[in-house]
Design a protein around this ligand. Structure first.
Ligand SMILES: [Zn+2]
Length: 361
């Protein structure tokens, strides 16, 4: 694992030296150590994979660590431009990681709370606006299903607009919060064993797809639950907006729970390979798809050159981030929030933060 030829790695500063890019607290450091021990003792096992889109093994190495300083090998496929983690942890290793270290390492809380729920609600509004603008769909009487719904804040917003909702997630703590506090129809489980009375008109995957190892199986299941007009909404952290959302630093973007890193083009390639046509999207990345007619052809575009030149560009300009217009905007926002916090207006700050984040995204 440590014998990578650095000359062959595109981003040399991403060498596997254990140094985190983020400032980690005591709990995060303990989790990092636990993961490193598990890797050392072969409790966490890695497997090699081919590109899940073009199925080839023709890739270039980007880096070998993530923002926590954990071993994390990322490559870009030369034949289609998909960036993926390879080798990656096996599913059973990931299951253990999600149970034991994930939330603590990522600085989250074990339990859902009101702040988390209201952030989800704000996200729900953003997704709602995206779906309904240009009259893609009317949400009245719409059956909306979300996979990986957490406490259900996104669905809560859709319900307030007249939709019928259903959410599934593996985390029972979060599910119970939305069920008990907001009477939302949420269920613990996966798509595999879900029973529905009718097929959803809208299926939402928000920051979920990049965690799923077997994408082909997942998309097969989504097809099973889709009718001809079902809209599949997919949101993932977009590679080509690292300059906006990750301080122009690809190392902050790389986090060990993510196995795929999409651009809009590579996501369209994946969906089109699995029988879906693209409706609309952006590089943030928010996107919608619908079942394809059987005869229609795949419009496969190799995004390698475009993705690599984007990465090279942000890597060169990374240190200039504080002086870019986005950097200046973000930093002044941070200062305002710190002042408000200092004045003891925490509740006000939370509302302000939600409003400002909504304005920025
Ligand atoms: Zn590929």
């Amino acid at each position: 694992m440590n014998n990578v030829n650095l000359n062959k790695m595109r981003l040399k500063r991403l060498k596997n030296n254990g140094t985190p890019e983020l400032k980690l607290n005591q709990l995060q450091l303990a989790m990092k150590k636990q993961i490193e021990d598990n890797i050392q003792e072969n409790k966490y096992v890695f497997e090699k994979t081919n590109c899940p889109i073009c199925e080839k093994d023709n890739s270039e190495k980007l880096g070998e660590k993530d923002r926590y300083g954990l071993y994390y090998s990322t490559v870009i496929c030369k034949d289609c431009g998909l960036i993926y983690t390879n080798p990656r942890m096996t599913q059973s290793s990931y299951n253990q990681f999600y149970n034991e270290e994930y939330r603590k390492l990522y600085g989250g809380t074990e339990k859902a709370n009101e702040e988390f729920f209201s952030r989800q609600q704000a996200k729900g509004e953003r997704i709602y606006n995206f779906i309904t603008s240009n009259s893609l769909i009317s949400t009245k009487d719409l059956f909306v299903m979300e996979v990986g719904c957490g406490a259900g804040g996104i669905l809560y917003f859709f319900r307030s607009k007249g939709s019928i909702i259903k959410g599934i997630d593996l985390g029972e703590e979060y599910i119970n919060y939305g069920r008990e506090k907001y009477n939302l129809d949420l269920e613990a489980g996966t798509l595999e064993n879900l029973l529905l009375k009718r097929k959803p008109d809208l299926i939402i995957y928000s920051h979920v797809m990049e965690h799923i190892l077997d994408l082909e199986n997942e998309l097969k299941l989504i097809r099973k639950y889709s009718h001809d007009n079902t809209i599949v909404y997919i949101e993932v952290p977009g590679v080509k907006e690292i300059h906006k959302n990750y301080m122009m630093n690809i190392l902050l973007y790389f986090q060990n729970a993510h196995v795929y890193h999409f651009t809009l083009t590579t996501l369209i390639n994946l969906m089109s390979k699995n029988g879906y046509k693209f409706l609309k999207g952006n590089e943030f990345l928010m996107s919608t798809f619908q079942l394809n007619d059987l005869e229609s052809k795949n419009n496969f575009i190799n995004d390698y050159n475009s993705a690599i030149s984007y990465i090279d560009r942000i890597e060169k300009r990374r240190k200039l981030y504080p002086f870019t217009s986005i950097g200046l905007k973000r930093n002044s926002l941070k200062i305002i929030l710190q002042v408000v916090d200092f004045l003891g207006l925490r509740k006000f700050m939370r509302t302000l933060k939600t409003i400002l984040l909504n304005l920025l995204f």
